[in-house]
Design a protein around this ligand. Structure first.
Ligand SMILES: [Ca+2]
Ligand SMILES: [Ca+2]
Length: 332
């Protein structure tokens, strides 16, 4: 009788263990890489929403000469006042917002006031984006871009902006841990953990926020997984001080002052025009122009009006006033 041995029939227990351990390590590495890719994708999505809100706030402030007040953090979605700024004056406490120190309002992004889709009020983890705004800048009578009072510090507590405490507004996603974040129903998802780096962004007891590169998903004191965006004195500086614009308005907008000397007068460029040209000095609004010699023929002058002009002798176009009046204003 011949007996077959089982020596080479399969893996030994040791061999099998090694295979299982290596397989486990590979699986763990693959899972880690997968989770990290997912995390990075969510951070990227959140950053792009913050950028869109930044852009919307910028446009809103340009059109309305003020920033919107915050919306409620706890107002459930699909309600009439959801996503709407809690007050157009933003100087009294309203439910669902925080008002530390009485000068800064902390709430959620007023997406509907900004004409943004509701989804732009949330980060990629489903938490409402925090929006902190300097109250004075929500009122067109007191709005001057770049004069905010919100602070931004690093992990060591140093200000990351100069001068400190001068941000107009701050946007915060509470990150993967969602500590301090409110959900679609306006319910707090996770309590604001005490003693962590990102506690500064959810304590809502002051007008100080934090932005740092430290990232940890643990509970260590250096934990920081928030995504932050802010604007300071650069906001509104697209139009530098001293710039002059013509407005089709009865009065100049906030942040602009009228130039009374321009009323009823022709505005000309200053500096040297040429050897024989007029040379008014810069900033002069009282320069007397030299007499002009017009090249008229036939003893009369005609204007070219595109609507009625047919021949050089057609005078119908003279029913049109020869000028349009605009209000010239200077950026403060
Ligand atoms: Ca966080
Ligand atoms: Ca804080």
């Amino acid at each position: 009788m011949i007996f077959k041995t089982t020596k080479n029939a399969g893996f030994s227990l040791i061999e099998l263990s090694v295979v299982v351990i290596i397989g486990g390590l590979l699986l763990t590495a693959f899972a880690d890489a997968f989770l990290n890719t997912q995390r990075q994708a969510k951070i990227k999505t959140t950053q792009s929403r913050l950028e869109a809100v930044d852009e919307a706030l910028r446009n809103y402030s340009f059109v309305n000469s003020r920033l919107p007040c915050a919306a409620s953090l706890s107002q459930p979605n699909d309600t009439a006042t959801y996503g709407i700024e809690v007050s157009t004056t933003c100087n009294t406490a309203n439910a669902g917002t925080f008002r530390p120190g009485g000068t800064v309002r902390i709430g959620s992004v007023p997406t509907r006031s900004l004409n943004l889709p509701d989804s732009y009020g949330y980060d990629a983890w489903g938490g409402r984006l925090l929006y902190a705004v300097t109250e004075n800048l929500t009122n067109s009578a007191t709005y001057v871009a770049g004069t905010g009072t919100i602070g931004m510090i690093d992990s060591a507590g140093n200000s990351v902006i100069t001068p400190p405490n001068t941000l107009d507004y701050v946007l915060v996603s509470h990150g993967e841990d969602q500590e301090g974040a409110y959900n679609f129903s306006g319910i707090l998802k996770n309590p604001c953990a005490v003693g962590q780096n990102d506690t500064e962004n959810c304590n809502n007891t002051d007008a100080i926020f934090r932005n740092t590169f430290l990232v940890s998903t643990g509970t260590a004191a250096n934990n920081f997984d928030d995504v932050v965006s802010y604007k300071g004195s650069s906001l509104g500086n697209d139009v530098p001080s001293g710039a002059v614009m013509a407005f089709n308005l009865a009065t100049c907008p906030s942040g602009w002052v009228a130039i009374p000397n321009s009323a009823g007068r022709v505005v000309v460029g200053s500096g040297t025009l040429g050897a024989t040209g007029a040379r008014p000095t810069a900033g002069s609004s009282t320069y007397t122009m030299p007499p002009l010699t017009l090249g008229m023929t036939g003893g009369y002058e005609y204007l070219y009006g595109p609507a009625n002009y047919t021949t050089p002798n057609d005078f119908q176009h003279e029913a049109l006033p020869p000028y349009m009046a605009f209000l010239y204003c200077q950026k403060v």
